[in-house]
Design a protein around this ligand. Structure first.
Ligand SMILES: Nc1ncnc2c1ncn2[C@@H]1O[C@H](COP(=O)(O)OP(=O)(O)OP(=O)(O)O)[C@@H](O)[C@H]1O
Length: 868
């Protein structure tokens, strides 16, 4: 477990425009900091170190005299800071250590807080993706297993998780803290002082940072204390690690309540291989891999998060489907947009950088800001190609950019190209000193070219000027013959490197000229930055347009990707009704793996027939079929077409899967314990609107107990009215069909090839048929095909038959089971009667008495009777 021992402390409080702020002195562009929010202490303690109670400081948190700014502690302890791996450096250095673990995908910081006392289980969560400027808040009630929190964290793939220090004291951490650190061992965990989880400050932050167009979020969150508290801690910490603050009114803030998306727990997402293939993590044999033809990072992120959290809102899903349909019907539009979208840079990442106001103006910060404005121009120039409706909104920003930035300044690959673009980005005649500095730079570059020409002539060598980000200008020479004329290079050529026939070197004069270039460039960038900064203040006023653009591009990219998937395979537009009906559905990932359509199957699940029991021998295709139904449901709920000839779905609020797993060594749970935990999770969380997939429950214990457990779980789910597909090898369960009208048996057909009266091989058809499998003893049949002696096989058959008969006889005479069934039948009939009849009260009472008599007769073996 990696704990970061870190301490960030206060700098002087700075209000906008204050000169003590280490920001651009040119006033209009000053760091923003809400007046009431002191940038004070955030303490992270090293949990594993008992000395952690003595708070450790870097000098960044100290005043000039070296005294700590932390209450109750003395000066910074160098030894402590060094022990923790921190030297006396400003927070930028801390960021670097954090970003060392920053992979392409992990760039989210999450803050979490849980209610205390009676509010335990109430979770507040706030997250920011460092590549996407959106503060996402959520608050929800979770169960004792914290499945929702864990699922949300899995979906976010956090780089770092922040929790209050009071919840994360080593050895006495809360259940949630222990669970999180166990579940995400490779994610950096940081404890933050509880007082920074402050809902009042959170609200102030949001009021001051939120883009006015997204202000409705304030109404949603103002009484949600826990999400506000985590928002407050997160923003404070984020400013600290980034060494920059968000510009006022520049941040998109959203609240995601429960109910907007369908919940898919982590185990189910893994079982279904939604975004990660279980055998090979790099493989694209996942649902994401099947659907991902996105061209932008934003589109890819959007597709991934949609797959993990599909929508529940039919109107939105249908409007996505309409767009896909239009794209499929209009080939020119499809290819035109696909081509246009490919040129977009990552708008989210750009926006994220744009709205952060650095607290220090280092050369790299200044350079980065100029690059960002050039990138913004590049993106905005592409907007008209997309024909997006919001195009007008961008004209004013683009006009402003164009009045400041040269028309031909554009985003280019190559360090020299981009350096030149940045150098000449700002139009001439805006700042005369800038123009002079640029002339000086141009002269030095010309002098460099002249120097290299002169050296070439002097030594009669084919020299040319080259540039690299690391070396600056240097000289290159390619000798075709390989041998140097005269055997060696002239002495004035220094820092020589050779690769095959290519020589690279420099001279003292050239190095001096490089230094002049750098000096001139620094000046140019500083002056350009002042102009760019003034412009950025204007951009913040229209920032909502950029959010809309980012939203539009990533959404369009995702829909183009989904449309693309339909051109690769035969997909159909799904409908949304109260029935799950799929005609000739196929497994989308299996189709991708095998490169040809797998055997297709029909599915029909409705309220009156909501529980399918699927039987069939091993390898007959049960699991594949179950997963196929869940995957099609998810595809439909993200607004994708599905692999079928016809498809109709009932919107699912949650999708659960329990599919046979092996022992979990990590948590030292046995197969049985793992499956019981998973089933218990389903039982506690599923609703009548859920889709549940259960495969081979009860295999981790004795057959007798296995059947018993399966039976009671089935009866619970049958009563729940969720749509359930239940695959099993326990044929005894098929009897449920005779008891419950809403249960249906189906099985995977197989054919047997016999030779000399002995079963020789089995042919899997992968076709689903009505009724239960007749394939009894197929384990024994499989054994028959091996070299196991016949008398052992015969004995196995006899014992198997006896056990099976005894099991069912016992189950059939069990009084509580009989009573349960009778109650179910009674309640179903009552429900139907209530729905259909127009009986008056007296007649209804009469009818009920009749029913009671009928069931009392039926239940003569049971001790209790049903009350009226
Ligand atoms: N519809 C299909 N079309 C083509 N091949 C299929 C189909 N369904 C399954 N298969 C193939 O059969 C193999 C076994 O399928 P699956 O694992 O679903 O069987 P199963 O009945 O669940 O087996 P077990 O009971 O042993 O778990 C799959 O790996 C796949 O290659």
């Amino acid at each position: 477990m990696l704990y970061r021992q870190m301490l960030c402390s206060s700098t002087d409080e700075v209000t906008p425009g204050s000169s003590s702020e280490p920001g651009p002195s040119s006033s209009t562009f000053t760091s923003y900091r809400p007046a009431s929010l002191k940038y004070d202490q955030i303490i992270c303690r090293q949990q594993e170190d008992p000395r952690s109670s003595s708070v450790l400081h870097t000098s960044y948190g100290s005043d000039d005299a070296g005294n700590s700014l932390f209450p109750g502690s003395t000066a910074a302890t160098d030894t402590g800071a060094q022990t923790a791996g921190f030297t006396e450096t400003p927070p930028t250095e801390v960021t670097t250590s954090s970003s060392a673990t920053l992979s392409h995908s992990a760039s989210v910081i999450v803050a979490l807080v849980e209610g205390r006392g009676l509010a335990r289980g109430e979770i507040g969560m706030a997250s920011i993706n460092m590549k996407c400027p959106e503060l996402v808040l959520s608050q929800f009630a979770d169960t004792g297993t914290y499945a929702k929190v864990i699922t949300k964290l899995h979906n976010l793939m956090p780089l770092e998780i922040l929790m209050p220090d009071t919840a994360s004291v080593k050895g006495q951490g809360t259940k949630l803290y222990n669970l999180i650190t166990e579940t995400f061992p490779s994610v950096t965990f940081t404890a933050i002082m509880r007082k920074h989880f402050n809902e009042k400050k959170g609200l102030e932050y949001i009021q001051q940072l939120c883009v006015p167009e997204f202000n409705t979020v304030l109404m949603e969150v103002q009484t949600k204390y826990y999400c506000l508290a985590s928002g407050s801690a997160l923003l404070k910490y984020f400013e600290f690690v980034q060494n920059s603050v968000y510009a006022p009114k520049s941040l998109k803030v959203t609240f995601t309540g429960s109910g907007e998306t369908a919940m898919i727990d982590t185990v189910s997402a893994s079982n279904l291989e939604l975004v990660v293939n279980n055998r090979d993590h790099r493989s694209d044999h996942t649902l994401f891999g099947v659907l991902n033809y996105t061209k932008t990072a934003g589109g890819e992120r959007r597709l991934r998060s949609n797959i993990l959290e599909p929508l529940q809102d039919v109107v939105t899903i249908n409007s996505r489907l309409d767009t896909i349909q239009e794209l499929l019907q209009n080939e020119e539009l499809f290819f035109g947009l696909k081509n246009a979208i490919a040129h977009f840079l990552d708008i989210d990442e750009l926006l994220s950088a744009l709205i952060q106001v650095p607290k220090q103006e280092t050369v790299s910060v200044v350079e980065a800001k100029i690059t960002q404005v050039i990138q913004l121009k590049h993106i905005l120039e592409l907007v008209p190609v997309l024909k997006v409706r919001i195009v007008l909104l961008f004209n004013s920003i683009l006009d402003q950019i164009k009045s400041m930035i040269n028309d031909d300044a554009s985003y280019m690959k190559g360090s020299l190209n981009m350096r030149t673009q940045k150098c000449y980005a700002v139009r001439p005649n805006i700042n005369e000193f800038l123009d002079i500095a640029r002339r000086a730079y141009t002269e030095v570059v010309d002098d460099i070219a002249g120097l290299v020409d002169r050296l070439g002539e002097k030594y009669n060598l084919p020299l040319r000027t080259s540039f690299s980000g690391a070396r600056g200008f240097f000289i290159q020479m390619r000798l075709e013959g390989g041998a140097l004329p005269g055997g060696t290079l002239p002495e004035e050529f220094i820092k020589v490197t050779k690769q095959k026939n290519n020589y690279s070197f420099t001279t003292l004069d050239l190095m001096k000229m490089n230094d002049h270039c750098e000096e001139a460039l620094k000046e140019i960038f500083q002056m350009s930055y002042v102009v760019v900064s003034r412009f950025l203040v204007e951009v913040y006023e229209h920032i909502h347009c950029l959010y809309k653009l980012s939203d539009a591009v990533s959404m369009l990219d995702m829909l183009l990707s989904l449309a693309h998937a339909c051109t690769v395979s035969e997909y159909v537009r799904p409908e949304f009704t109260d029935t799950l009906a799929i005609k000739q559905g196929r497994h989308p990932i299996l189709e991708r793996i095998s490169g040809q359509p797998p055997i297709s199957n029909n599915t029909y699940i409705s309220e009156g027939s909501n529980f399918l029991i699927i039987t069939g021998p091993n390898m007959s295709g049960k699991s594949t079929y179950l997963k196929q139904v869940a995957l099609c449901q998810i595809m439909a709920q993200i607004g994708s077409f599905v692999p079928a000839e016809y498809a109709s779905f009932r919107i699912a609020d949650q999708i659960f899967t329990r599919i046979g797993v092996d022992d979990d060594f990590e948590t030292s749970s046995s197969t049985f314990m793992v499956e019981m935990k998973e089933v218990s999770y389903i039982i506690h969380n599923a609703s009548a609107k859920s889709l549940i997939i259960i495969d081979e429950l009860g295999r981790g214990t004795s057959p007798e107990e296995g059947v018993g457990i399966c039976h009671s779980v089935c009866e619970f789910l049958i009563n729940l009215k969720a749509f359930t597909l239940f695959a099993t090898h326990f044929l005894e369960l098929c009897q449920l069909e005779t008891v419950y009208p809403n249960v249906e048996n189906q099985h995977m057909q197989v054919q047997h090839i016999h030779k000399d009266g002995r079963a020789e091989s089995i042919v899997y058809t992968y076709l689903l048929s009505q009724g239960h499998s007749e394939e009894r003893n197929y384990g024994i049949r499989a054994a028959e095909m091996t070299a196991i002696p016949t008398d052992i096989i015969q004995e196995a058959k006899t014992v198997g038959d006896k056990i099976s008969q005894r099991l069912w006889a016992k189950h059939d005479s069990d009084s509580s089971t009989l009573r349960q069934r009778a109650v179910y039948r009674l309640s179903t009939r009552l429900l139907q009667t209530a729905r259909n009849s127009r009986l008056d009260l007296e007649s209804l009472r009469h009818y009920l008495k009749g029913l009671k008599r009928q069931y009392e007769t039926e239940l003569q073996n049971t001790p209790e009777s049903i009350e009226e």
